[in-house]
Design a protein around this ligand. Structure first.
Ligand code: 13P
Ligand code: SF4
Length: 335
């Protein structure tokens, strides 16, 4: 029987679950592999991983791990980033089709044309970009350190920020820079979490904290709600996924409305089991993240696939920007 024929989503019962876990752990041990999972992965993938966290925390772990193989349970640009940082390691993603609509919103050629319009500008790219775009970039960032990265650039230098317009608007607000140009890209999942939906949920739950990912279309609306008094300003928190976990452990609130991809709720409930977490938009599921099924993870370990390759010349040009990213800002809360 091949892994493709094993139906593990949903699991086939307690015994199949235990057999799957045992085989995954044993194969990972034999291959000297570390299993990394992003906070949006399916609960069973998060639970079997060695480390679950946000993009920044996982990049840092990938860069410092002594394992020979990295199995990246996330989307393709994350595995590619691990390969850029560790070219001598084998990096596998359980399903290479797991892409990202945000990373697809700008190409290397489009960035080169944008740079030509702004000679001398510093290029800051969100980690949700292809290796080719990173190779054209001065500093990469994640949602966890985007403000720190832009704040580290001399105030008189123009900045090109890409590709997420909502994260860009958040960075512009926080740094107060008016020489920050923002690419008009978006993530289809986060852009779909809109202001009216958030306003209705917040009005029905006046004592709840709001945890909002800066990629969301509703981030500006949340600050507006705080400004007009619908929500107490201290209850509105714009956070990366790793910082949501840290904040869940710290808050005194009894309920929290969460505006991001729904996989996040699993990690939040584990961090703070007494708090009631609910999604602002329960349909906000990333189909790419969900391609990493238990069967795909097992197949990856059994058959050594899908291996991630980055052209060495592109990786060499991208490496400096990614290394600057992992050096700037505080860890975003991996475990
Ligand atoms: P973070 O984990 O960095 O907050 O990123 C969220 C995301 O959308 C990754 O695709
Ligand atoms: Fe990309 Fe959005 Fe999915 Fe994150 S949630 S991987 S940004 S498509």
């Amino acid at each position: 029987m091949t892994a493709d024929t094993i139906d593990l989503t949903p699991f086939g019962g307690v015994e199949a679950d235990a057999a799957w876990r045992d085989e995954v752990r044993e194969l990972a041990r034999q291959r000297d592999a570390v299993l990394l999972a992003h906070n949006y992965q399916l609960p069973e993938i998060q639970d079997i991983a060695d480390h679950t966290g946000d993009s920044l925390a996982l990049s840092r772990i990938a860069a410092s791990s002594s394992a020979a193989t990295i199995i990246f349970c996330g989307v393709h640009f994350m595995a590619e980033t691990a390969k850029i940082l560790s070219p001598d390691k084998t990096v596998l993603i359980p399903d290479a089709r797991a892409g990202c609509s945000l990373a697809d919103s700008i190409t290397g050629a489009q960035l080169r044309a944008w740079k030509a319009e702004h000679p001398g500008a510093v290029v800051v790219s969100y980690v949700n970009t292809t290796a080719e775009v990173k190779a054209e970039t001065d500093i990469c960032c994640t949602s966890s350190n985007a403000v720190d990265v832009v704040a580290s650039i001399p105030a008189d230098r123009e900045v090109l920020f890409l590709p997420d317009q909502f994260l860009g608007a958040h960075v512009k607000r926080e740094t107060g820079r008016d020489n920050l140009h923002i690419w008009a890209g978006e993530c289809h999942v986060h852009a779909g979490i809109n202001g009216p939906e958030l306003a209705a949920r917040a009005a029905a739950n006046p004592d709840a904290d709001l945890f909002i990912h800066p990629e969301c279309g509703c981030a500006t609306s949340a600050l507006y709600l705080a400004g007009e008094g619908t929500v107490a300003p201290e209850r509105v928190k714009i956070l990366s996924t790793g910082d949501m976990v840290t904040q869940a452990r710290a808050t005194k609130a009894k309920s929290v409305l969460v505006a991001t991809e729904i996989g996040m709720i699993h990690q939040l409930r584990k961090a703070a089991p007494d708090i009631e977490f609910s999604a602002v938009n329960e349909r906000a599921s990333c189909r790419y993240m969900k391609m990493i099924t238990p069967a795909a993870l097992l197949r990856s370990l059994r058959e050594n696939r899908d291996e991630v390759h980055v052209d060495p010349e592109i990786a060499a040009r991208a490496r400096g920007a990614v290394q600057r990213m992992i050096e700037i800002g505080q860890p975003g809360g991996g475990e």
